[in-house]
Design a protein around this ligand. Structure first.
Ligand SMILES: [Zn+2]
Length: 498
């Protein structure tokens, strides 16, 4: 049997257009066998890709490069070009039959707004027309014609929280083999509504639940429809071709595709008011914690400072409010502040520290002058329990646990990290069940990881990651509610193929 040579990798980043750029030294690059070992069984798209390929006997698996980067500011362009060059060299050397790649879809560099579009177009020019390229994206991608014309397979996950990354990976592998076998001739039809969704982004609630259900029914009902991906554009980017997108993947041209994607785009627009949020202030949330009828801890989702949406994670606003709250609450949280980590590491366990904690990266915050006692210093990587991001690295870098006022357990991190999981705390000896509240830097992804341990409250906190119309000035994008687009709300369907 002649084995298919399949190259795999990941370059995954959601780039915040309003935060400080992400320096190359904050980015981990994994290559070779370590990539495969790390991806096996892990709950990400790359995990699904690698597992599906390992199950097949007709595959020779080739590892290229893996960077799973926590959301943060735009990627340094030089770093991006180095990665692209590496992929180029490896693809030339390995001569694969197909490339299967896990990308986010809203990566930007300090010089490029559509990094994935550039990346895929570049790889296409290197490999030529006969090599199959498959891509699994996040549904918060800013999907572009450049991506859809460069790749053969390019589909999004369907759920937020992203419980189905893994399934997306296995599906991409399945479709790539259909293309390799000559059984699938991918054509994409794309339409967009010129709008952002201010909130209500969970796919198991509200308009998105209904729209995804309709998409799944359409996929089942017609064999010509292979996939319908609905994209909720990443809001903290300033992207020329920005909007809520529907992309239909058909086997060959499908006459009704334009009508279908247009209907989804129109539905986004018609239901735009239903995407507005109703959230708690910090004080309302702390009152709810103090008055909760059960003893279960509450997870406070610090929406303004979500590292999962590209904010630095350096807020101390909830800590400050909790310290001055009328009730003596106990809580645990993270603060991204590498200076304080270094200070704690040199002071040592048991030392009393005067800190200027956090507030050094987000322009809206100030460092918080406070004292604490160093309880833990840590150099080890923390793996997340999951199920969301199961076994992924938390990406916090060196950390220190500093206790404040004998009741707040503050894990100070040197990197923003994936702050979505109980093991952020448990790994430092802090039991979630002993707290009144813990703070997560994510809007959705932590929920399943805290099932049975804590219930969630959502806070409209100030910061780079809470979308307030008008607060993030759009120079390129023309989108509601920042701009009045009511005379021209829909970007007409485009049919795209290689
Ligand atoms: Zn996402």
């Amino acid at each position: 049997m002649v084995k298919k040579r399949i190259a795999v990798g990941r370059l995954f980043h959601e780039s915040h257009g309003y935060a400080l750029p992400t320096p190359a030294e904050n980015i981990t690059v994994v290559r070779g066998d370590k990539l495969i070992e790390g991806a096996k069984g892990n709950g990400t798209t790359l995990g699904g890709i690698v597992d599906a390929l390992l199950e097949r006997h007709d595959v020779e698996l080739l590892a290229i490069s893996d960077s799973m980067i926590a959301p943060s500011g735009l990627i340094e362009h030089g770093f991006y070009l180095e990665q692209r060059r590496f992929w180029e060299d490896q693809v030339k050397r390995l001569e694969p039959d197909a490339l299967i790649i896990d990308l986010h879809g809203s990566m930007g560099t300090t010089a490029l707004e559509d990094a994935e579009g550039d990346f895929l177009a570049h790889i296409r020019t290197i490999v030529g027309e006969s090599v199959v390229i498959g891509v699994g994206l996040d549904l918060h991608a800013n999907i572009t014609p450049a991506m859809l014309t460069a790749a053969d397979i390019c589909i999004a996950c369907k759920q937020n929280p992203h419980d189905d990354y893994y399934d997306t990976g296995t599906r991409v592998v399945e479709l790539v083999f259909e293309v390799l076998a000559g059984r699938l001739h991918p054509v994409y039809t794309l339409a967009k509504a010129r709008m952002l969704t201010p909130g209500k982004l969970e796919t198991h609630l509200g308009p998105l639940k209904e729209m995804h259900a309709r998409a799944r029914t359409l996929e089942q009902s017609t064999s010509a429809i292979v996939d319908i991906s609905l994209y909720n554009a990443y809001r903290f980017a300033d992207f020329t071709d920005m909007g809520q997108a529907a992309v239909l993947l058909s086997d060959g041209r499908y006459s009704q595709a334009e009508g279908i994607v247009l209907e989804f785009a129109q539905e986004f627009w018609d239901r735009r008011e239903e995407f507005k949020d109703d959230l708690l202030t910090v004080d309302e949330a702390l009152n709810a914690v103090a008055e909760r009828p059960d003893r279960l801890p509450r997870v406070l989702a610090d929406l303004g400072d979500r590292t999962l949406a590209g904010a630095p994670g350096d807020s101390t606003l909830i800590l400050q409010a909790a310290l001055s709250h009328a009730r003596p609450l106990k809580g645990a949280m993270t603060v991204h502040d590498s200076e304080t980590v270094a200070q704690a590491h040199s002071a040592g366990i048991g030392a009393r520290l005067g800190m200027r904690l956090g507030g050094k990266m987000t322009p809206l915050y100030e460092p918080f002058e406070v004292e604490g006692v160093v309880r833990v210093i840590n150099h080890d990587d923390v793996k997340l329990f999951g199920p969301n991001f199961a076994r992924e690295s938390a990406g916090m870098g060196d950390t220190a646990l500093v206790e404040i006022d004998n009741r707040f357990q503050v894990i100070v991190t040197s990197k923003p990290g994936f702050i979505v999981d109980p093991n952020i705390f448990e790994s430092h000896g802090v039991r979630v069940s002993d707290q009144d509240f813990v703070v997560m830097k994510s809007q959705f992804h932590f929920n399943r990881n805290f099932e049975g341990l804590a219930t969630s409250l959502y806070l409209a906190t100030p910061g780079l990651a809470y979308y307030v119309p008008g607060a993030f000035e759009k120079n390129r994008a023309r989108v509601w509610p920042d701009t009045d687009v009511s005379d021209d709300p829909i970007i007409a369907p485009q049919v795209l193929h290689r």
